[in-house]
Design a binder for this molecule. Structure first.
Ligand code: SAM
Ligand code: SF4
Ligand code: SF4
Length: 334
């Protein structure tokens, strides 16, 4: 069965946040001065357990979801996360279990994740320039830490990794061609993400966004690109190949060319709320149902109502200022 929202968009993908904590403090996500030592993250008793997440994943699968992405916060800081991967991979109808990570803990975790059935990895890295990378991650990691994570993923057998790079005008924009060439050489697909006005804490301004067309021009000065067709409904990435056939890269144009029309994703936060848009003001609780003995049918009813009423198209309506009252991305799951 498939659920459709108010604009006839199917529910197909589920992003599950397993924690709101992180070992980095990226300026565009959890800027360090807003998250001092002692900041109160979700209490562990309030986090969905692995059994609760797995029950919901089964229900979502019944509702037509075949792809799951684990995220956060930083998913690898949730203890024993590989056990959850194992539990999810045993659900028959789930075809893909992916994860987005900052890569720091992959040397310890990549092999375990692979063994438990993780199918794909996106690893975030914003620059190969040490000073710029440290500035962007709040001083919590060096470039070599992430590169070691990438090597660990390769050794564990993950092929064709995706590298996520947030693009900020005046911050890392002069280092992006180097980054693209570096990963082209290694056979991984880089995805440049326009800096987005997620939450309210990251000080987003339109002037801080380097529009994708400008970035494409920068890259084409060095190496020509050719556009590639979309692979499936709801594809959020604008894909290109290097004209000499040496690989692929992508651009996520949430600001310059929004893709709400094909948006088929639902987010489940670490405390059990579902969000129908990355820029939502509030979520719908499922944890109260899970913990009060509700039947699968009752949970299905709440999810169905939420999706059928969905009319989000934030990026298509974005104004130039930052709207207040949005839930933070690290909290609902990136
Ligand atoms: N901690 C993991 C990581 O950084 O890969 C997963 C969670 S993070 C919220 C998911 C993705 O969102 C990362 O690739 C990150 O770079 C990206 N991201 C975070 N804040 C962003 C923003 N304001 N604009 C664009 N992308 C952002
Ligand atoms: Fe952490 Fe990822 Fe947010 Fe950076 S983008 S602060 S690594 S959750
Ligand atoms: Fe989907 Fe909301 Fe992003 Fe539009 S703004 S693509 S509805 S998450």
């Amino acid at each position: 069965m498939t659920l459709y929202d108010a604009f006839n968009r199917p529910l197909e993908n589920l992003r599950i946040s397993v924690t709101d904590r992180c070992n980095f403090r990226c300026s565009y996500c959890m800027p360090a001065h807003k998250f001092p030592q002692g900041y109160r993250f979700i209490a562990s008793a309030d986090l969905l357990t692995f059994a609760e997440i797995t029950r919901l994943a089964r229900i979502f699968n019944h509702l037509g979801v075949h792809k799951i992405r684990l995220t956060g916060g930083e998913p690898l800081v949730r203890p024993h996360i590989e056990q959850l991967v194992g539990m999810l991979s045993r659900i028959d109808g789930i075809r893909e279990i992916a994860m987005t990570t900052n890569g720091y803990l992959l040397p310890q975790k990549a092999k375990l994740l692979r063994e438990q059935g993780l199918t794909r990895l996106n690893i975030s890295l914003d620059s190969l320039d040490e000073a710029i990378f440290r500035q962007m991650n709040g001083g919590h990691a060096e470039v070599s830490d992430v590169l070691k994570g990438i090597e660990a993923a390769e050794r564990a057998g993950f092929s064709s990794l995706k590298i996520n790079t947030v693009v900020q005008r005046g911050v890392n924009d002069h280092t992006l061609v180097d980054l693209a060439l570096y990963f082209r050489e290694r056979g991984h697909i880089i995805r440049f993400i326009e800096f987005m006005d997620t939450g309210t804490l990251n000080g987003w301004k339109y002037d801080h966004v380097l529009l994708t067309d400008e970035l494409i021009q920068q890259i084409e000065c060095v190496i020509p690109l050719e556009p590639l067709p979309a692979q499936h409904y709801g594809e959020v990435v604008r894909r290109y190949r290097y004209a000499d056939g040496t690989g692929e890269l992508g651009f996520i144009t949430s600001v310059s060319n929004p893709f709400c029309g094909g948006c088929n994703r639902l987010r489940l936060s670490a405390e059990g709320k579902i969000y129908t848009c990355l820029f939502a003001r509030k979520g719908v609780d499922l944890r109260d149902l899970l913990r009060s003995g509700a039947s699968d049918d009752t949970i299905i009813e709440r999810i169905t109502q939420t999706w059928q009423q969905r009319a989000d198209r934030y990026s298509e309506e974005r104004s130039s200022g930052q709207r207040t009252e949005k839930v933070e991305m690290y909290h609902m799951g990136g």
